[in-house]
Design a protein around this ligand. Structure first.
Ligand SMILES: [Zn+2]
Length: 161
């Protein structure tokens, strides 16, 4: 069975590829969320994946069966990355710190569990995709490809200063 990247309820009603891609381009031209950037980048490079696969711990943003790899695109604020986007707000700090700490614990457990189950995990941080430290698109793709075709179990891609 071949992977169907658009096999979501949202796209299943569009029967023809032409119509679907017209719809896709309309959506993606205004949708610049980091997760969507990664999807587009990989799809255009010929990679096929499933989105938010329930059966995989942590419902990774992308799952590439061929490479046995779960990809998480992490927002730097919500997952508390140590970078210019990841800082806690000055007000209500305790509230945010507590909320984010729970995310961190969950992330850690999910990744550990995935590795125990033999999956490979790639975390792509938001700052690699947007903001002042973002990577050049081809370089980002190169890094992702390098991981997919390599043999590391775990890697994180971040922005560069
Ligand atoms: Zn970051």
């Amino acid at each position: 069975m071949t992977e169907q990247p658009f096999k979501t309820k949202r796209f299943s009603k569009y029967k023809t590829t032409a119509k679907r891609s017209a719809v896709m381009s309309k959506i993606t031209s205004k949708n610049t969320k980091p997760e969507v950037v990664v999807r587009k980048l990989l799809f255009n490079a010929g990679y096929r994946y499933r989105l938010h696969k329930k059966e995989i711990k942590g419902k990774p943003d992308l799952f590439l069966r061929k490479f046995n790899t779960a990809i998480f695109v992490h927002g730097c604020f919500w997952h508390h990355h140590n970078c210019h986007i990841g800082h806690l707000p000055k007000s209500n700090t305790a509230f945010w710190a507590d909320k984010i700490k729970r995310n961190l614990v969950r992330d850690k457990n999910n990744i550990a569990e995935l590795q125990r189950e033999g999956y490979r995990v790639l975390v792509i941080w938001e700052c690699a995709i947007t903001g002042k430290n973002k990577l050049e698109t081809n370089y980002l793709l190169e890094k992702i490809t390098h991981f997919l075709k390599g043999s590391e179990n775990m890697e994180a891609i971040t922005g560069e200063k």
